[in-house]
Structure formats: C-alpha cells, structure tokens
Ligand binder design. Structure first.
Ligand code: HEC
Ligand code: HEC
Length: 237
C-alpha cells in the first residue's frame, strides 16, 4: 500500500519533470519576474529606454529600441516562430558573454560605444530572459507607430486643451458635461472672457449651484499668458 503510493508519486513527479524539460526546449519561461522593472534596474544606466528613443551626444550605449530592432532584424531563425525564442537566447548569452563578433552593432557604433561589459553575476539568466522577453514585445514597430501618432496628436492639439491637461483642469471639468465643476460649454455660455480669466486666477466658489459650494482652486502661479490662452479656449466651447 505504502509502496504503491510512493511509486505513484514518483511516476507523477517524473512526468511533471519531463514536461518541464520539454517546455524548456522551445522556450525557457521565467514567470513572476517583472521584465519591465528589471530592465529599468539593470540596463537603463547605459541604454535609453524611451519610445521613440532619446539619443544623446555622449550616450553610453545604443537605445533599447535600436537593440530590439537590430536583433529581431538580424537573428537567424528557421521559422518565424523561432525568432522570439532565438532572440531571447541571444540576449541571455550576450549580456553574460558579450563579444565584438556577436554584436549586431555596426563597426562605427561599436568603436564609439566600446564593447558592452559582461553583467555575469550581476543579473541572473532568468532575469535576463524576463528582460529580453519584455524588450522584444515592447520595443516593436507597432508600439513605435502608436507612440508617434500620440505625439503627433499632442502636437496638433490646441494650446488651450494642452494647458487644461497639464494643469489638471480636466480632472474637474469636461467639455460637454458637468464633472466636479461645470462643463466648459456651460461656462462659455454664461461667462465673459474677463470673468473666466478672473476665476482661473483667483478661484471661484458658490457661483454654480450644481457644484454644491465645492471651491474651484485659484491658479495664482499660472502665467497670465497661459490664463489668456485657457480663457480664449474655454470661450470657443
Ligand atoms: C555599463 C553599460 C551597459 C549596461 C549596464 C548594459 N549595456 Fe547593453 N550594451 C552596452 C554597450 C556599450 C553596447 C554596444 C556595444 C556592443 O554591442 O557591445 C551594448 C549592447 C547591447 C546588446 C547588443 C546590441 C546589438 O545590437 O547587437 C544587447 C543585446 C544589450 N546590450 C543588452 C543589454 C541588457 C539586456 C542590459 C541589462 C541587463 C544591458 N545591455 C546593460 C552597454 C551596457
Ligand atoms: C478640484 C477641481 C477643479 C479644478 C482642478 C479646476 N476647477 Fe474650475 N471649477 C471647479 C468648480 C467646483 C467650479 C465651480 C465653482 C463655483 O461654483 O463657483 C469651477 C468653475 C470654473 C470656472 C467658472 C468660474 C466662474 O466664474 O463662473 C472656470 C472658468 C473654471 N472653473 C476653469 C478652470 C480651469 C481653466 C482650470 C485649470 C487651470 C480649472 N478650472 C481647474 C473645480 C475645479
């Protein structure tokens, strides 16, 4: 009876072990590790992590976006499905044993940056895999395009809308419906530009019944030219 149970446990364990090994062949997973956080901790001192990347005259390493594009562009893979696991294994090896011949950086860049120092012992293999998995799924063409689109939208935004966002006005006001404060449409219909400017600078309380005496804070430090732009923008609603 006991023997039987022991045998049973052993069989189950060995099956489990075999399946883990089998999974390990296609891609070694490292769950529970936060690749994004680790990337920041272990790599951001040299690699810029922004999308789109910021580049500096005295940067220490290529931006992570460039690293991701290099490797995904050049890595050997028998099938498209092999690309990601191969890229992750490349990074796992490179971070521990960097060499000029392995690097996908062009010769000129390698000369300016110098070879990456090995991080062996400073970051574990599981951590590198989690970082690499995050890098290759985050620094993608789709994410770059989405980010560029957002930047373009902000560029095209009216200055008043931009200032309203930057100064927290939109947490209490919306264009067409009451939030904490009245909508910009209501305000525009009821108030002159001069009154609006005055209220932004000095705050307001008790003028709008539906706001139940909640005060609007004074924005004393906001430059007059920004108040002017905000007031004109509100009047256009
Ligand atoms: C002390 C600075 C430094 C740190 C920290 C650092 N790197 Fe690098 N890395 C470099 C430099 C310099 C290069 C460019 C030269 C080269 O390819 O070796 C580079 C290149 C690379 C490349 C090869 C890029 C290519 O296009 O072939 C990979 C992959 C890479 N780094 C990953 C990482 C990861 C992941 C981390 C964090 C775990 C990290 N690096 C941390 C300096 C650093
Ligand atoms: C914490 C919430 C809050 C924030 C932040 C806020 N408001 Fe208000 N706002 C209110 C409330 C509440 C009222 C209604 C006050 C009243 O009844 O007099 C109001 C009223 C106003 C009015 C109408 C005042 C009047 O004279 O009738 C204007 C204009 C206005 N806000 C603009 C802004 C702008 C521009 C910003 C950002 C720079 C801003 N608000 C930020 C809550 C807020």
């Amino acid at each position: 009876m006991y023997l039987n149970r022991a045998l049973h446990v052993e069989v189950v364990l060995s099956l489990l072990f075999a399946s883990i090994l089998f999974v390990g062949c296609s891609e070694k997973k490292s769950p529970n590790l936060d690749g994004k956080k680790l990337l920041k901790q272990k790599c951001s001192r040299c690699h810029n992590l922004d999308i789109p990347p910021k580049t500096f005259a005295d940067e220490k390493a290529p931006p992570m976006m460039a690293v991701s594009f290099h490797i995904l562009g050049f890595i050997n893979a028998a099938t498209p499905a092999d690309k990601l696991p191969n890229a992750i294994e490349f990074v796992t090896d490179f971070v521990q044993n960097p060499s000029i011949s392995k690097s996908f950086c062009d010769k000129e860049s390698l000369k300016t940056y110098g070879l990456m120092p090995s991080l062996k012992g400073k970051v574990s293999e599981d951590e590198i895999r989690a970082i690499a998995r995050y890098v290759f799924t985050h620094y993608t063409k789709d994410n770059l395009l989405a980010k560029m689109k957002k930047i373009q939208q902000i560029r095209e935004m009216p200055k008043g809308r931009l200032l309203a966002g930057q100064n927290g006005c939109l947490s209490c006001h919306a264009k067409n419906f009451k939030k904490v404060g009245p909508s910009f449409k209501q305000i525009s219909n009821a108030k002159s530009t001069k009154e609006i400017k005055n209220s932004i600078k000095n705050g307001s309380k008790g003028k709008w019944k539906e706001s139940n005496n909640i005060p609007m804070p004074a924005f004393k430090k906001l430059p007059n030219k920004d108040i002017e732009i905000l007031a004109k923008w509100i009047k256009k609603n």
